[in-house]
Design a protein around this ligand. Sequence first.
Ligand code: AVI
Length: 329
Amino acid sequence: MSSVQPFGLSDDERRPPSSDLLEVVQRGLGAKPKRLPSWLFYDERGSALFERICEQPEYYLTRCEIALMDEHAASIADELGSGVRLVEYGSGNAHKTRMLLEHLRAPVAYVPVEISPEPLRRSVERLAAAFPQLPLQPLCADFSKPLRLPIPPRAPRRTVLYFPGSTIGNFENREAAVLLRKMRNEMGDAGGILIGVDLKKDPALIEAAYNDRAGVTAEFTLNMLARLNREIGSNFELSAFAHRAHYNPMAGRIETHLVSRREQQVKVGRANVKFRADEAIQVEYSCKYSLEDFTALAARAGLAVKRVWTDPQRMFSVQYLVRAGAAAR
Ligand code: AVI
């Protein structure tokens, strides 16, 4: 018998109607400077391109995190203890999740939380085959909003929120603190957060990761415009925009832009949006942290870093956070 429970929400409830999407885009392009939210990257093609980015030789993040999980999954599982309910924010990381689940002692349930129904369904299908005894409780929802977690099949000793991939880096500092605080509420007193955090390092290595030679990241960035053309009927000419990703050392983050190659006008709904030559739309931040930076961010959210696993070159880290004050217990 399958132990997979039904999805929390239907597709229609979640998807922003295209009129809302148009509004988001018009507001972003009306701002000074122009900006568009990075969640717009992840339509079906964008998600597939992101998977290809993870395989690029320059994109060290995925490789480093997998190597860390490979080496330390047993000690991570020890730290988490038995009877864990594992809630994953995003479900595109089946590989790392598997490594963790293989080592967890008597997990109570696995709850992947994912906004896109198809990737969620696929990852659940794969995990159900690999862990037939484990109750799976997929939740189709936006993890940045307050969640109503499904009732677990038995009382867990603790709820651990798993947030791999350094996705926390895609939130600006203040938003990241808000998200961590929300996670703190969701995990409860005895809970924890297992989180992948990309670390500050030689800016040339970081920049290369976001400017791969095969051009997959550029394709990923430009795909946002293709998505908008299809979904809101805009007429962005893709060849008239370029991908640009620079490391801002003061802010400690990659800042990704779509840059207009010439002066032009683009139709977005009823509006005509004007672009100067070289004018940029800011589309993503990928924040990088020192261990100290991240400890300070966690503290702002009422959390303490209980344990850190990192590689000898300090490229990437996996960190275990608990409620501040609980770390010593
Ligand atoms: C999902 N996120 C952590 C990726 C990152 O590194 O910021 C998204 C990405 N954008 C360009 N390359 C990868």
